[in-house]
Design a protein around this ligand. Structure first.
Ligand SMILES: Cc1cc2nc3c(=O)[nH]c(=O)nc-3n(C[C@H](O)[C@H](O)[C@H](O)COP(=O)(O)O)c2cc1C
Length: 312
């Protein structure tokens, strides 16, 4: 998620789950090819399993990025075909590409030929006034001809131009049944449902006919949800850290960062970690003051001393 799932957020997420597959923010190929490559591509080892998500529509640029990322330890490269923002639409990438399956096929074929990683796509159910009963299967079957067989499906349409990005995540209704039908129609494809998922336990049962779930906003605003991933979905109890330990680890991690901007982002990402605690507001205030944050650490830890049992 742009401006959310950066390296600092992913470090936090790994404190809660060692198994959840994490995504980078969507990065446009031009930003990588003409910008600071190491800023965009490098990541620390403990972030895997990790998917690099790309935005773009140029097969040559996408293949160049795939070649660069062959040197980097990503587990998968995902092409974004679901972002509805006006800026993305005017650049003709993201969800706008769902109307151009031939171009998408060229992009994916180029990526597959130049990458040693699994290539996947993130899609919507369709765009604008498409009849998703027909258009979705047609689109997916064309894309699957390239060999791509992992589809992350945001279970709603994108209405381009008429709705803001935020409204496009809320107003078009969620339609999980359409995602389920897609899996029935394409049994050999991996279909992962996304949109509105807030509870790991409930969704384990609700989406047992699919190949996985993808969680966006809830994993950001309430990262503690990730604390259930390993135990409920992978039957592993290795990651049982208290909030106090996680907080200490984050502050130790900040000591290893060189840039103030990275520490500031990390502090903001921590806000959701304490949601629901009685001192959440005070902790958020402490985390918000960069000049004070080192001194704030001890106060936060002492506030947490008494609280973890309330939320565990
Ligand atoms: C601030 C923000 C940024 C997002 N950035 C991306 C992105 O870079 N790539 C992407 O595939 N989806 C992005 N999304 C969409 C989410 O991945 C997800 O598809 C959507 O929010 C629905 O899932 P949810 O209800 O679990 O959040 C973003 C969502 C938000 C709120």
């Amino acid at each position: 998620m742009m401006a959310k799932t950066d390296s600092q957020y992913r470090y936090l997420a790994r404190q809660l789950s060692s198994k959840a597959v994490l995504f980078t923010e969507m990065i446009h190929t031009n930003a990588i090819l003409h910008g600071n490559q190491s800023k965009f591509l490098d990541h620390t080892k403990e972030q895997n399993p990790l998917v690099l998500q790309l935005g773009g529509n140029n097969p040559e640029a996408l293949s160049k990025v795939c070649v660069l990322s062959n040197e980097i330890d990503y587990d998968e490269i995902n092409l974004n075909l679901g972002c509805p923002s006006p800026k993305v639409k005017s650049g003709n990438f993201g969800a706008a590409l769902m109307a151009q399956p031939e171009l998408v096929k060229d992009c994916l074929t180029a990526m597959i030929e130049n990458s040693d990683k699994t290539i996947s796509v993130k899609i919507r159910l369709g765009i604008n006034d498409e009849d998703i009963n027909e258009s979705l299967d047609k689109f997916v079957s064309m894309i699957a001809e390239t060999g791509v067989n992992i589809f992350y499906v945001h279970a709603r349409k994108a209405i381009l131009e008429k709705l803001s990005p935020k409204d496009n995540r809320e107003i078009p209704p969620l339609n999980y049944e359409r995602v389920r039908q897609l899996k029935k129609d394409f049994k050999t494809l991996e279909i992962i449902a996304n949109g509105g998922i807030k509870d790991i336990n409930e969704s384990k049962n609700a989406f047992s006919d699919l190949d996985g779930i993808m969680i966006g906003r809830e994993a950001y605003s309430n990262p503690r949800i990730l604390g259930n991933v390993d135990s409920i979905l992978y039957q592993s109890n290795d990651m049982n850290k208290s909030l106090k330990e996680i907080t200490e680890n984050m502050f130790n991690y900040f000591d290893t960062l060189n840039r103030k901007s990275e520490i500031k982002r990390g502090l903001i990402h921590m806000h959701g970690l304490y949601s629901g605690l009685k001192d959440a507001r005070r902790i958020r205030v402490l985390l918000s003051n960069f000049n004070y944050f080192k001194k704030a650490k001890n106060e936060i830890i002492s506030l947490l001393d008494n609280q973890y049992s309330e939320v565990a």
